[in-house]
Structures are given as C-alpha cells and as structure tokens.
Ligand binder design. Sequence first.
Ligand SMILES: Nc1nc2c(c(=O)[nH]1)N[C@@H](CN(C=O)c1ccc(C(=O)N[C@@H](CCC(=O)O)C(=O)O)cc1)CN2
Length: 291
Amino acid sequence: MDSTYAHILDGKALAQRIQAQISEEVAQLLSTFGRPPGLAVLMVGDNPASAAYVRGKERACAKAGIASFGHHFPENTSQTELEQTIEALNQDERVDGILVQLPLPDHLNAVSLLHQINPDKDVDGLHPVSLGRLVRGESGLRSCTPAGVMRLLREYQIEVKGKQAVVVGRSILVGKPMSLMLLEADATVTIAHSRTENLKELTRSADILIAAIGRTQFITADMVKPQSVVIDVGINRVSDSSGQSRLVGDVHFDTVREIAQSITPVPGGVGAMTVAMLLHNTVLSYKRSQS
Ligand SMILES: Nc1nc2c(c(=O)[nH]1)N[C@@H](CN(C=O)c1ccc(C(=O)N[C@@H](CCC(=O)O)C(=O)O)cc1)CN2
C-alpha cells in the first residue's frame, strides 16, 4: 500500500468473517434447540435497489442456515394487509426477526408499521422501544448500519473514547442511532445536517467523520481533518459518460483517501456490514427467545 493513502477499512471481508462465525453458531443452536433462527422480510413493490437488498439478505440467511420468510407484496398493498401480516409474524414461533424493507411506497405509513413489530423481534432496531433502549444505554437490538460501523471501528481497533465524532445526517435509519452509539462509546458527538451552518468548520474538527447525508461525493478533501477516520455510509448509483453505472458514496473517495488516516470504500465498506449485523440481531433475538 502507498503510505500516503488512507488505510482501507474492509467491511466486505469483515462481514464475511462475521457471517462465517454466525453459520457455525447457527449449526450449534439448531442441534441444541431443534429449529433454526428465522427472519421475515416484508417488501412492497418492485424498487430494483430494495429488491436487490432483499435478495442479498435472503442469500445471506440461506448461507448462514437461518430460515427466511419472504413476504413480497404488490405496490398497491394496503396498510391493513401489512398490519395483519406483521401481527401474524409477531405470533409465529418460527420467526425471531421481522423487518420491513425501506423505503415504502408513499401511500403507506412506515412509522406506524414499524411500531407494530414486536420489539423483541425488531431486528432492524427501528421500533421506539429499541431506540429508547439505545438512548438509555440499555442492551437491546441495535440498528444494523450504525451497529456495523461500530463493529468496524472495534475490529480495526480505532479508538472512539474521548474523540470528536461528527455525524453528517440525521435519519432515523443511520444518523440518529449512529450518534447515540458513538456517544455510548464515549465519543464527543456532533450531529450535522443539510441546514448546518459552517459545516466545513465542523467536519474539519472531526477525528471520526461519518458521512450519511445521502448526497453523492458530498464530503470533499477540504472538509476533512488530516489523519482522521472517515466512514462513508452513502450508497449512490451514478452513470459515467459511457453510460456505465457504478456505486459511489457520500465521500469523494479519491481525494479524501489522500489525507485521511482510514476510510471505508463504497462498495465494500459499511453496506456489507449492514447484512452481517442483521444476521447477528436475528441470532441474538433467537437466543433470547430460548432462554
Ligand atoms: N429495513 C431496512 N431498509 C433499509 C436498510 C435497512 O438497514 N433496513 N438499509 C438500506 C439498504 N440496505 C439494507 O436494507 C443495504 C444497503 C447496502 C447493502 C450492501 O451490501 N451494499 C454493498 C453494495 C451492494 C451492491 O453492489 O449493490 C456495499 O456497500 O458494499 C446492503 C443492504 C435502505 N433500506
């Protein structure tokens, strides 16, 4: 590796290692308790990106020996039908985890559906009870993407305690839980967003910068503190001049890697960790139901 470039935090390789460990654990749990952990995924419509993520989750479950129960609904499905399905899954003893793939079509109320999931099966960590446990620092199911970031930082032995962390983005899926998890790990946390004034001043103060703003290559080298850790949560599909499409993050990787100490790539960084953490949460929920 050229020493002037940042160290690459390889989420894909780490996710594969975690998933291999989960497979071994699932085999043991199956022989002890006589059934595998189960994950139900609800998907509405045929958004191609969501369909690809759901397929990825189902493939990962199959590889780990986790039973997956796919519920794929047409675009015009009603709120009531989804509520009834969630209620049935809440009662289903084969199902340890339930998730609603986001985003949902506009006519559906995602928040109300997420509230209906039994918090003990909330493997996406998006139910108010799960988020409340996070706020209080109690153990519980943590949202997958920020949990994946924390695991990456831990595995690469990146010190979080006492560091200045700036999270750019305030979504319920990433920005808010990410900030709370960093706080839980004793970082000094600032949340920035699209309305933040003097954003560059803030991001340049970050020892750990989390980009989760949903804007293609928004974080440029002049916004980054030299020798900092840059975590890119963005996933944006772009087309080049020849019409070829590829994924890029919220960070301008080619320039930022010249000044950061460590950086996650896109693809191959945080995204892969999301699925590994989902499997982790499903197994955690299963083990709790057996004890
Ligand atoms: N209910 C949920 N909906 C959504 C979530 C979520 O955590 N829960 N997150 C995203 C999408 N997502 C999982 O659902 C997800 C995103 C990215 C990846 C991933 O593996 N990315 C790879 C690239 C994959 C590719 O080539 O397309 C990477 O970054 O390396 C997995 C899952 C929104 N919805």
